[in-house]
Design a protein around this ligand. Structure first.
Ligand SMILES: Cc1cc2nc3c(=O)[nH]c(=O)nc-3n(C[C@H](O)[C@H](O)[C@H](O)COP(=O)(O)O)c2cc1C
Length: 175
């Protein structure tokens, strides 16, 4: 099976989660392409599983203004955050608009990172991804969210949970 994992990440948490998924899938002999949204292909032909993930910004997907705000967070030494290379590049929101083959046969799953507070207060980029893909005619069959603390550091155990979630994705029957 060929899988594509597309992610965007400002501080590295969503990348870590995506990388745990890559590792989980590769350990079951799935061929995985892991890429930032900026470098992701528009043509989805050849992929049977596509996993798309992003941090939650202002209750939804990052956008240029929230990425600038994220840059300011990283400038604050008290927050102990480091910007990812390409943190200000176009992300998942922009990639979804670029998809050239929405009639793909691939199965789609989405995930987010978000703050560990009730979802009604945090919002959830995984749901925003599903909604935007739906508008492109793509149905997301499963979504998950992985939690960070209020200072945007992953909670303990979330990388392992991402690993397990990716493994479970393979057990879900295709549409
Ligand atoms: C500008 C900005 C707005 C944010 N807004 C929210 C929010 O509405 N809800 C939430 O749960 N987290 C919010 N966060 C926290 C992010 O979800 C958190 O930084 C992210 O999950 C970390 O992932 P990353 O390291 O991959 O960027 C926000 C972060 C930034 C920089």
């Amino acid at each position: 099976m060929n899988a594509l994992i597309v992610y965007e990440s400002m501080f590295g948490n969503t990348r870590q989660v995506a990388d745990a998924m890559r590792e989980a899938l590769e350990s079951t002999d799935v061929e995985v392409t892991l890429t930032t949204a900026a470098g992701a292909p528009a043509d989805l032909g050849g992929f049977e599983l596509v996993i798309v993930g992003a941090p939650t910004h202002a209750h939804t997907l990052p956008q240029p203004t929230s990425r600038v705000q994220g840059g300011a967070w990283a400038d604050d030494p008290e927050k102990d955050l480091r910007l990812e290379p390409g943190a200000h590049e176009p992300g998942v929101r922009e990639w979804i608009e670029r998809i050239a083959t929405p009639d793909t046969a691939a199965r789609f799953a989405s995930f987010s990172t978000r703050v560990d507070i009730p979802r009604i207060f945090s919002g959830d980029a995984a749901l925003a991804i599903a909604k935007r893909l739906r508008k492109r005619g793509i149905v997301v069959t499963l979504h998950a969210d992985f939690l960070v603390d209020r200072d945007s550091h992953l909670l303990e155990g979330e990388v392992e949970r991402a690993h397990d979630w990716a493994t479970q994705l393979l057990a879900v029957p295709s549409r």
